[in-house]
Write a protein that binds this ligand. Sequence first.
Ligand SMILES: Cc1ncc(COP(=O)(O)O)c(C=O)c1O
Length: 394
Amino acid sequence: MSGDGDRPGTRIVAGGRRSEWTRGIVNPPVWRASTILFDSVAEMRAAYPPEDGRLYYGRNGTPSQWSLAEALTDLEPGAKGTRLFPSGVAAISAALMNVLRPGDELLMVDSVYAPTRKFCDGLLKQYGVTTRYYDPLVGEGIADLLTDATRAIFLESPGSLTFEVQDVPGICGIARERGVVTLLDNTWATPLLFPAIAAGVDFSILSCTKYVVGHSDVMMGSVTTTEEHWPYLCETSRALGQHVSPDDAFLALRGLRTLGVRLKRHEENGLEVARWLLEQPQVGRVIHPAFPDCPGHESWTRDFKGASGLFSFVLKGGGEAARARLIESLRHFGLGYSWGGYESLVLPIDPQRVRSVSKPEEEGPMVRLHIGLEDPQDLVEDLAAGLAAYGAAA
Ligand SMILES: Cc1ncc(COP(=O)(O)O)c(C=O)c1O
């Protein structure tokens, strides 16, 4: 177990390794269970109500899930606990259902991940919750958008296509004064680069599928929260029957142990490729939170401890077909959804299609890159060939 005074690099190694869970083995083993057997009726009764750390029934977890949840909580100073979910979207939707009631209004950032938007415009609406979208760069201007019905503000910073960095502490400060709950999709930064609870966020949400797992082979999500919100979050996730497999929890915890070193390399490689792209004649703009022209860059400089490996760029001229030529000519970038694994990925993106109140200017075809742990020189050479193919097709 890690101690309160330990630094994040130590906490990530020690978190969740209680001796009763590891039994002397370095990694807490996989504890598979549905039924838990009791020695007596009295013991069975005493185990109720179910709580983390006490075996009761498989759906309530075993040390495999508890150790991962505890290790994630350890990375968020000020947090009380973490619940695990079978995907990032499951974590987001459960967190929203946890705080919203019929008649409530949700302020949702316009740059949010599209399936989060779909959940709000679909199921939440059906349950009587109104969603209003706001400009990611609204900052403390969020105060003017609050109404008596506003119950929660959802943030995602930076946005995962257009990378606007939000003034998270500013927005959360106002929300707290007005009794409004805040939820942040912190997947891009993880708590290592942005400890969200300490910044004033009430619910820090991760798609663990990305950097926590880190190897593109497990789907998972997490919600970490404060003492105030913890009991009800537990109740909600239990009521929804949310559970993750112990094998997946084992893999996620194994991934988590190396998150710090992987993020460092994603950052270095990402910046090397992004800086190279800036110089290329076919590239109009590179959108990376570490670059001064990225919207909200000053918030990134103030609040973040570094960058991960996900960013976008805008091509000059050309169109759909030329962009496809570029993407399909790449050897080291897989074409597929998701990101945060050890490998590089490429995605054609059209963010204008999903925005409602803050549409980005149409400057040219856009591409999102996830820069993996490969040698960045190979990635640059690959992109050089791709951009040449783009130039020929444009
Ligand atoms: C920013 C962001 N949040 C949440 C999710 C959803 O996570 P999952 O795929 O684990 O459901 C994604 C997935 O791409 C994402 O990019």
